[in-house]
Design a protein around this ligand. Structure first.
Ligand code: FAD
Ligand code: SF4
Length: 494
């Protein structure tokens, strides 16, 4: 146990300071002041609050089963070499989760029952950042090659986790990605101010040195130049893993949704990320000088907000159809240790914009030249069957030059590789897998959002690790690789 009296002497959470809003809006860098090193007294004090509980519920909260009390203890003692070893034992990419994970571990921290939870996520990111700085993150080349080959389709966190695990197990592994750069939503979805792309590049260097091969610009199941069919891949490789994500956006079924100036969040965010990578984006969708409305109050909406504010929007309003969540956990509906439904203030929300709840979009208003000029909204009414509809007589028009639809995703693409291989799809539109992560086609596996539906980085990594274990077993008859989750594992719920 880190410090037997830590939770009694330090009763508050302390996190690195965020840079002042006017300063951080001038750039795209991460919002935090320079991070402290592992020997920072604040980090030591926070790690020291961990009680090393007999049943550490944080292990259940974290889909990866991260060994949180162990690395809290090692951080408290300043043993960074062992801390990164224990962290990497369960998580291939703590630099991604330590920055962008919503930290369900913290909402299940036992200390959280009557005190603010341990700052687990910040300890995690500090361990990995220090480890990279100290040269402790080195390639782990396989000790022998198995002669087996694996193709991974998709280079988001699920595909990268599968590939790293299988490469290290000695299989010759190639990652195929339709985009021009590796990273999936880490690269082109999540904005730089939440996850600077240098962290992806640094990890890719390690993966390349270990032997993972990357092929960008290859649309598997597509038709363009350089595309490959699913059958070609199956013939060329001993196993194929689909980690293709779930990026079909949920549409807004109202009149005017096809007007100029109305875009899905991902069209907008991808372009903004491309510009920061140094690409020329002709006719970029930008919020500069515009009144912006974001439809959807979730994390993707918050990413659009932070992006629009940095581009110099005149105003940004986020509309959510539902009720404003309460400030505190409702112990009846969301008891500890489940993830609570509470009002969240992300770094983007601190930076500006308005948030409006119980706002139902009725139609998008045309300026008569085919361009959006406003949004007609009405107050949401809940029907007895749970449906949410606009209340007649409460309509009003809010001016808008740019409308961003951030209402979530309906699942993976159903054409292309899915159609070519004839894969079964479940009633939610996700690719069906058995309890060994195999699709309806032998030798073809699926991991991440493509099988689970749009989820979180931590789930994608956990699924990637577990699917790699199944692939290894399928190829070799046995495996030593860990499987932190099963295909049906769900987040802790009441
Ligand atoms: C805007 C946004 C912000 C988010 N922010 C967070 C966050 O802060 N924290 C968090 O935990 N989660 C966040 N998420 C969710 C998280 O990013 C995803 O759950 C995670 O990236 C899923 O990983 P994946 O590997 O399954 O798929 P993805 O990351 O979606 O990667 C799939 C990859 O497959 C490629 N691909 C698809 N089809 C083909 C094909 N036929 N051939 C070749 N390549 C193909 C795609 O181009 C893509 O690169 C966010 C999601 C979005 C949309
Ligand atoms: S990956 Fe997420 S849930 Fe797991 S320890 Fe890190 S912040 Fe917590």
């Amino acid at each position: 146990m880190a410090d037997p009296r830590g939770f009694l002497t330090v009763r508050e959470r302390e996190l690195p300071a965020r840079r002042p809003v006017p300063v951080r809006l001038q750039d795209w860098k991460e919002v935090y002041e320079a991070r402290q090193s592992g020997r920072d007294p604040m980090l030591k004090a926070q790690a020291g609050r961990c009680m090393d509980c007999g049943i550490p519920f944080c292990h259940q909260g974290c889909p990866l089963g991260n060994l949180i009390p162990e690395w809290n203890d090692l951080t408290y003692r300043g043993d960074m070499a062992d801390a990164i070893e224990r962290l990497h034992a369960t998580n291939n990419f703590p630099e991604f989760t330590g920055r962008a994970c919503p930290a369900p571990c913290e909402t299940s921290c036992v200390l959280g029952i009557n005190q603010p939870a341990v700052t687990i996520k910040n300890v995690e990111v500090s361990i990995i950042d220090d480890a990279f700085e100290a040269g402790l993150v080195q390639p782990q080349q396989p000790t022998r090659l198995t002669g087996k080959t694996v193709a991974v389709i998709g280079s988001g966190p699920a595909g990268l986790a599968v590939a790293q695990q299988l490469t290290r197990a000695g299989h010759t592994t190639a990652v195929y990605e339709r985009d021009d750069r590796i990273g999936g939503l880490l690269r082109y979805g999540i904005p730089e101010f939440k996850l600077e792309k240098q962290h992806i590049d640094r990890r890719l260097e390690q993966m390349r040195a270990e032997g993972t091969r990357f092929r960008t610009g290859v649309d598997v199941g597509g038709e363009g130049p350089g595309s490959l069919t699913g059958q070609q891949l199956r013939a060329r490789y001993d196993a194929v893993v689909l980690a293709t994500g779930a990026m079909v956006p949920r549409p807004l079924p109202v009149p005017g949704a096809d007007l100029n100036g109305v875009h899905f969040a991902m069209e907008y965010l991808v372009q903004a990320n491309r510009v920061l990578e140094g690409d020329a984006v002709p006719d970029q969708i930008t919020a500069e000088g515009k009144h912006v409305i974001i439809i959807g109050g979730g994390d993707t909406g918050a990413d659009c907000l932070g992006t629009a504010l940095r581009q110099g929007a005149k105003s940004v309003t986020t509309l959510a159809i539902g009720k404003r969540p309460p400030n505190e956990r409702n112990g009846e509906t969301h008891p500890w240790p489940t993830v609570p439904f509470v009002f969240e203030v992300s770094s983007a929300h601190e930076e500006g914009g308005e948030r409006s709840y119980l706002a139902s979009t009725v139609r998008i208003v045309d300026d008569e030249t085919g361009h959006v000029t406003g949004l007609e909204v009405a107050e949401t009414k809940y029907l007895p069957d749970g449906r949410r509809v606009p209340t007649e007589g409460t309509e009003k028009v809010i001016p808008a030059d740019l409308v961003l639809i951030a209402m979530g995703f309906s699942g993976p693409e159903q054409h292309g590789i899915v159609e070519q291989l004839g894969l079964d799809i479940d009633r939610r539109g996700n690719i069906v897998r058995d309890d060994e992560w195999m699709t309806s086609v032998p030798g073809v596996f699926v991991a991440g959002d493509a099988g689970r539906g749009q989820s979180l980085i931590v789930w994608a990594i956990a699924e990637g690790r577990a699917a790699a274990a199944s692939v290894d077993r399928w190829l070799m008859g046995a495996t030593d690789l860990p499987a932190p989750v099963e295909p049906t594992t769900q987040a802790l719920s009441a």
